[in-house]
Design a protein around this ligand. Structure first.
Ligand SMILES: Cc1cc2nc3c(=O)[nH]c(=O)nc-3n(C[C@H](O)[C@H](O)[C@H](O)COP(=O)(O)OP(=O)(O)OC[C@H]3O[C@@H](n4cnc5c(N)ncnc54)[C@H](O)[C@@H]3O)c2cc1C
Length: 400
């Protein structure tokens, strides 16, 4: 008989201590993942995306289920969820393959620092699923070190001319505007973000590479050639490009960590059910100690990561201390993404040849979660952040 980890989840003391509202939110996200998103997984895998009509239908359902913009305030048309509540939703969405979680749009955090006019033109319609944003920082020579950004915004009469190239622009195909990180007048001390509508003259897709995963959206490379934007398109002030993204890193890294935990849980549930039914050498393979030990390691890995994730998100929802949060989120992202890699790899192993078939969710979760050790700061960059924080603030911020 297979053991259902979902049941274990709800029977844990911690799960029972969720408020009724939090438990209902968790259940809603689980139902949305299973009923609305999972049915599209195989089509998305086979076609490396979904057709426009299906995407529109999902968009409508995101709104109907009140899962739009969970990370933005109610005033701006979002759901106004705390970091802890966002995590409950993201954990469930992480169980879905092909990054279909990204259809449950969580518009870029820094847009909350926009002017009222920018909110009305960009943030609010995006929170209602009428527009879609993409965020472009990375370039050919500016990856882990974004200070090497070569995209520049030169001051001209009434506005700026943007020139440069951006790589890996997630959702760049579906977005109708891009938040472009550029150095004003080429000065690295002036990193600044601009709203750039995709239909402006001079905005071009250079190419759309294929990646390891079959993501619901693309990650095109863009060229910006003499693109004119007026002064009202600057988000924040000149030089505020990094400061605005600091709190976002916390939110985004915890979001990745939560999805990694969800992915690891689904992979383990699938593997656990498979080994219970599969017989070789005249017996159920789950009775081989080599198999049981893998499952034991997976369960322990998930427990440890989930405990860390829940604790950190709970603490952050109680009080917001920017610098400490940055340090904590780096550790949680590092641990949960590495954990998902280990667990999904074991799940593939437990399923044998079937685990290597793309039609099987464990194979897709294994491929899909690989990027979580790369984007929003690689695992090495998280270690750099953590090591710096230990030097600066002492080991206590991690071990007390
Ligand atoms: C699928 C996908 C989607 C993405 N979406 C977006 C997006 O929407 N917007 C966006 O702006 N970017 C996006 N990115 C870019 C992503 O954030 C970068 O790939 C990532 O930050 C790493 O940069 P890089 O690829 O240039 O690697 P590099 O910085 O060149 O790193 C190469 C290797 O060197 C290591 N390294 C670098 N510096 C150090 C150091 N100080 N110490 C130790 N090791 C180090 C890295 O960890 C890595 O192993 C996306 C990437 C992918 C793959």
């Amino acid at each position: 008989m297979s053991t259902n980890l979902s049941t274990l989840e709800t029977s844990s003391l911690f799960a029972q201590s969720l408020t009724n509202g939090q438990a209902a939110l968790q259940q809603k996200a689980k139902a949305f993942a299973e009923e609305v998103l999972m049915p599209h997984e195989l089509t998305c895998e086979e076609n490396n995306g979904l057709d426009e009509q299906t995407l529109r239908q999902i968009n409508d359902q995101v709104l109907e289920w009140d899962l739009n913009a969970i990370n933005h305030s109610k005033k701006d048309g979002g759901q106004g969820l705390t970091i802890f509540e966002q995590m409950l939703v993201n954990e469930q969405l992480g169980k879905v393959t092909n990054a279909l979680w990204d259809t449950v749009f969580q518009p870029a955090y820094p847009m909350r620092f926009g002017t009222q006019q920018q909110k009305e033109e960009y943030l609010i319609p995006t929170n209602f699923g009428k527009r879609r944003d993409a965020y472009a920082i990375t370039e050919e020579n500016a990856g882990s070190d974004p200070s090497q950004c070569g995209t520049r915004a030169d001051k001209v009469d009434g506005g700026y001319r943007i020139n440069g190239e951006k790589w890996f622009v997630t959702v760049g195909d579906a977005a109708d505007y891009i938040l472009v990180h550029a150095h004003v007048d080429g000065d690295p001390e002036s990193p600044t973000v601009f709203f750039v509508d995709k239909d402006l003259p001079g905005v071009k897709v250079k190419r759309t590479p294929m990646y390891t995963h079959n993501f619901v959206y693309e990650h095109p490379e863009f060229i910006f050639e003499n693109v004119y934007v007026d002064e009202g398109k600057m988000l924040g002030e000149i030089g505020s490009g990094y400061n605005m993204t600091k709190d976002w890193f916390v939110e985004a890294r915890l979001g990745i960590a939560a999805r990694c935990v969800g992915a690891a849980i689904r992979a383990t549930e699938t593997a656990n059910a498979f080994v219970a039914d599969r017989e070789q050498f005249g017996q159920s393979i789950r009775d081989f100690q080599g198999i049981e030990f893998m499952l034991a390691d997976m369960a322990v890995d998930i427990t440890a990561a989930k405990s860390m994730l829940y604790r950190t998100c709970w603490e952050l929802s109680q009080s917001w201390e920017r610098k400490l949060n940055h340090a904590r989120a780096a550790a949680v992202k590092l641990h949960c993404s590495e954990m998902a890699g280990r667990v999904c790899d074991k799940a593939v192993q437990l399923l044998g040849g079937r685990g290597y078939m793309r039609e099987n969710p464990v194979e897709r979760l294994w491929r899909d979660t690989r990027v979580d050790r790369i984007w929003e700061g690689t695992s090495e960059v998280q270690r750099v952040v953590i090591a710096k924080q230990i030097k600066k603030r002492g080991l206590g911020i991690y071990v007390d």
